[in-house]
Design a protein around this ligand. Structure first.
Ligand code: NAP
Length: 291
């Protein structure tokens, strides 16, 4: 059942992985889905089939103005373009809310439609969508920013999706998004680098993953429980000799491996050095040489 503050009809501009997943989840939570726009008719039809609702369109058309909220889920580079197309529609934007789902862009990417009277903001799920998700998990955190009215609407949508809204200070979206990319996308790269390193020791890929993944899971669980007190290994022990041996072994691999190892080691030492005193200085000198 929708409360008074909930939007009645949501239109989607950019019906890809995120657009389809959110629209489907919102429909299941009782929202009406209006226009569903993609670049091609084929994509729009596919999206409507996935969402199980909506009117497929291959361009922005006046039918969009029937919605109370427009969700722009195009690729980042197309958000301003989509806002321009919405602004060119003949009709009133007063009382309507336009939200985009980009992580790195702020609400200002929608400036063109804001000038027509819409409240604008962003609602970014901190969640990977390698493909459209049929049943969106509960508890996803969404970064939100924008005008007061847009933020209020974004919070209502996020709660309807069973998620948690997290307000990002104006102008800080790029930093916010960099944090998410650092711990998600880069964590995967890190695991993959480790797997490839183990492969160089004569271990099969499957075996390498089986060895590393439980270690990653245990580290994440430890961090969740103890924070940085879960830190272990040669850096935590101040063991410069072991780190020197690692750096020497890494010379046999492409330079990026050594640089990643040294950069992360330097960050660890830098972040926790206050507790480590003299031994840390030896480590810092060693790691600086890799820059
Ligand atoms: N994927 C993720 O893990 C993820 C997570 C959180 C947030 N996001 C953000 O969500 C947004 C969408 O990402 P996505 O991964 O869902 O993208 P996507 O799967 O590539 O889908 C983009 C959709 O936008 C349509 N489109 C492109 N240009 C358009 C335009 N000018 N007007 C109307 N529709 C247009 C495309 O149409 P066609 O299908 O016809 O080409 C496609 O349906 C991005 O801002 C992204 O940063 C992504």
């Amino acid at each position: 059942m929708l409360s008074r503050t909930m939007a009645k009809t949501i239109a989607i501009v950019g019906a890809g992985r995120v657009g389809q997943s959110l629209a489907r989840a919102l429909r299941r939570r009782g929202y009406r889905i209006g226009a569903v726009v993609a670049r091609s008719t084929r994509s729009a039809h596919r999206a409507v089939k996935f969402i199980e609702a909506g009117k497929p369109l291959a361009r922005v058309e006046p039918a969009l103005l029937a919605a109370n909220v427009v969700l722009v889920a195009t690729p980042d580079g197309q958000v301003a373009e989509a806002a321009g197309a919405l602004a060119r529609l003949k009709g009133s934007w007063k009382g309507k809310v336009v939200l985009h789902t980009s992580g790195a862009l702020s609400a200002s990417a929608l400036a063109r439609v804001k000038r027509c009277g819409a409240a604008v903001g962003s609602l970014h799920p901190i969640w990977p969508f390698p493909k459209p998700i049929k049943i969106l998990p509960e508890g996803i955190v969404f970064g939100i920013d924008g005008d007061l009215r847009a933020r209020r609407q974004a919070r209502t949508l996020v709660r309807a999706l069973g998620g948690g809204p997290m307000e990002i200070r104006a102008g800080e979206k790029a930093l916010y998004h960099a944090a998410a990319v650092l711990v998600a996308g880069h964590l995967m790269t890190l695991i993959d680098l480790g797997t490839r390193m183990l492969r160089r020791t004569g271990v099969a890929e499957r075996e390498a993953r089986q060895a590393l993944l439980p270690l990653v899971q245990q580290t994440v669980a430890g961090y969740a429980r103890l924070g940085t007190r879960a830190w272990t290994g040669p850096l935590e022990r101040g063991d410069a000799d072991t780190v020197r041996r690692h750096l020497k072994a890494l010379r046999r691999l492409p330079p990026v491996y050594r640089r990643v190892y040294a950069a992360l080691a330097e960050a660890g030492v830098e972040l926790y050095r206050r507790d480590r005193g003299q031994t840390t200085r030896a480590l810092q000198r060693l790691l600086k040489k890799v820059r």
